[in-house]
Design a protein around this ligand. Structure first.
Ligand code: FAD
Ligand code: DLZ
Ligand code: SF4
Length: 524
């Protein structure tokens, strides 16, 4: 060493630092100790990542725009960035071959990276590290609140993993919403106060969306040109692509929206994609927003008397609780988790999940917002598309493919435990203690969808009856052997048994007819 460096010209022997598309944080561990006189940061837009599922066009545009802006910011600080654009002629289109190409082009003494979020790419990077000609250091992703080790220690020896108990540990450890050793307000969880149906006449406030800047406009144009057959539209792109833009969305949310977040957290309304949700998952998952910081700022709103406890606790629970919990479960159980199909679901995903062409008003609305915004809020994902896919018995691989494709915030570590776990019980009860199976009555209670729907939410059987109703009892009947012993389903199973053999046969036939009508046919 000791020679004057000319990073990027081949004379220096620094460290090659990989930054992936969802690692766009100044404090990223891969960048720690960066010596801008010798080191080079590698960022690469590659087809392998853009097409391993056919991501929504907005998701690719979001990631490319955010990567380009992050690279420019590093360069403004004097860092050398080897930035490979999607249409660069020499692009080899995989992360590992771009690492190889960088090492071939210029001597480095080491490679540093932050562990990657998905098992699939982590495997490829581990294989690269084994054969690389220089040492490869994989550093922990410290942007999460709970480390892998910490989660493993918490999970160790437990016969079941429940988010609620994990969440309490996180509250204690971070001190967030604590009153000494007790939870603020005397209760850990205000879930029961998060279930109001939208009052008639009340509409959600107008939301701050981000106008695409020059980098985003260019990325949108690239995606329109290079990925024309991917799902979704680009017209209403409004996602923040820089930390500064994301901060504006967070600040607006905390000031104007958070106070009502709790009340309407589970509510749905036709043509209202955002409700009182944060619209921050894309930014947190990319690394533009720090999850712990948002939690602390939400807590401050409560402490200053500007937001009620049910709102602030409900919001913090999603991030400090659910987000950290599903990430812990994913890495604890992968790769076996990716194969789980506890209910032996074997049907195709109906085509209307892609086209939106269905008379089911609730499903049509969720598919429309997914197509136009690459977004649907939690209850839409869980109780409309997720619930329906489970009741239909759609194969978990097809469900994962859909969720990974359609949402701008989708990465397997967070998507899979939510679909295979929370929404469809394909994991057999690791994430949730029972399937969230529900008939149309739930959707009717929490939304205004049913009033304008061709199907009758009060009717239980026949072509005109709400499909959720037609499917519900058949689902329980079909899965009796697997679910009958679940104590949380004791009541519906008792009801089913009281129906008697004839009625039960008829309910099963009703559900089968509905599955066929909706196109959930067996996979060939
Ligand atoms: P808000 O409702 O404002 O919540 C605030 C934040 O809490 C979110 O930004 C998110 O970071 C976190 N959060 C909330 N719920 C969850 C959860 N269940 N798991 C993890 N984090 C949560 N979230 C993703 O980020 N990526 C996904 O691919 C994804 N797939 C999902 C699939 C299904 C079937 C379900 C039921 C949920 C999924 N979620 C996923 C969780 C949740 O729906 C989204 O995080 C949320 O809708 C994002 O919008 P928001 O920022 O407005 O969230
Ligand atoms: C999702 C995604 C896409 C669409 N494109 C890229 C890319 O071109 N380059 C890149 O470095 N990362 C991309 N990503 C994010 C990665 O898929 C993500 O880092 C891994 O899945 C781990 O979470
Ligand atoms: Fe959805 Fe059934 Fe209501 Fe129609 S009636 S909107 S299908 S829940």
């Amino acid at each position: 060493m000791g020679q004057t460096s000319t990073a990027g010209t081949g004379a220096g022997r620094g460290t090659l630092r990989l930054v992936l598309g969802d690692q766009l944080s100044d404090g990223l561990s891969a960048l720690e100790g960066l010596d801008s006189s010798r080191d080079v940061v590698l960022m690469a837009e590659v087809r392998d990542e853009a097409t391993y599922v056919k991501h929504h066009k907005q998701k690719i545009a979001l990631i490319f725009a955010a990567m380009r802006s992050f690279a420019s910011q590093l360069e403004d600080r004097g860092v050398t960035v080897r930035y490979v654009r999607i249409d660069d002629p020499g692009n080899t289109h995989s992360i590992t071959s771009e690492l190889d190409r960088a090492l071939d082009d210029q001597p480095f003494e080491a490679v540093a990276m932050t562990e990657c979020g998905e098992w699939r790419l982590a495997q490829a990077l581990a294989a690269f590290a084994e054969t690389a000609k220089v040492p490869v250091e994989v550093r922990e992703d410290r942007r999460f609140i709970c480390s892998h080790d910490r989660f493993r220690r918490w999970a160790s020896g437990k016969s079941s993993l429940r988010m609620e108990f994990f969440y309490r540990e996180m509250r204690r450890e971070t001190g967030i919403l604590m009153d000494g050793k007790a939870p603020e307000g005397g209760q850990w969880n205000y879930d029961a106060e998060n279930r109001k149906k939208l009052t008639k006449g009340l509409r959600p406030p107008t939301r701050l969306r981000t106008k695409p800047d020059a980098a985003a406009k260019a990325a949108i144009a690239d995606v329109a040109r290079l990925f024309p057959d991917h799902f979704g539209t680009l017209d209403d792109f409004g996602w923040p692509t820089t930390a500064e833009q994301a901060e504006a969305v967070v600040a607006d949310f905390l000031k104007h929206i958070l106070p009502s977040f709790g009340d309407w957290q589970d509510a749905m309304a036709e043509g209202e994609p955002w409700m009182w949700h944060g619209l921050i998952s894309t930014s947190i998952n990319l690394g533009l927003v720090d999850p712990l910081d948002v939690c602390r700022r939400a807590e401050a709103e409560y402490r200053k008397g500007r937001a009620p406890l049910n709102a602030v606790e409900g919001f913090i629970r999603q991030i400090l609780g659910w987000r950290e919990f599903v990430r812990g479960v994913y890495w604890l159980k992968v790769p076996e988790y990716r194969k789980r199909n506890f209910l032996d679901a074997d049907r195709q995903l109906p085509w209307f999940y892609w086209s939106g062409e269905t008379d089911m008003a609730c499903v049509a609305d969720v598919v429309a917002t997914s197509r136009d915004n690459a977004y649907a809020h939690h209850i839409q994902r869980l109780m409309v598309t997720g619930n329906l896919a489970m009741l239909l018995g759609v194969h978990p691989d097809a469900i994962d493919d859909w969720y990974m494709t359609v949402y701008a915030d989708a990465y397997e570590w967070v998507e899979m435990p939510n679909t295979r776990g929370m929404a469809t019980f394909a994991d057999g009860g690791i994430v949730g203690s029972k399937p969230y199976a529900a008939s149309g009555a739930y959707i009717d209670r929490m939304s205004d969808y049913c009033g304008g729907c061709r199907y009758d939410v009060k009717a239980k059987a026949g072509e005109g009856a709400c499909p959720f109703n037609r499917l519900y009892w058949g689902f329980l009947e079909r899965n009796q052997k697997r679910l009958r012993d679940n104590v949380r389903l004791a009541m519906p199973y008792r009801t089913l048994e009281n129906f008697g053999a004839e009625k039960r046969k008829a309910l099963l036939a009703e559900a089968e007819a509905c599955r066929t009508m909706l196109g959930a046919v067996p996979i060939d």
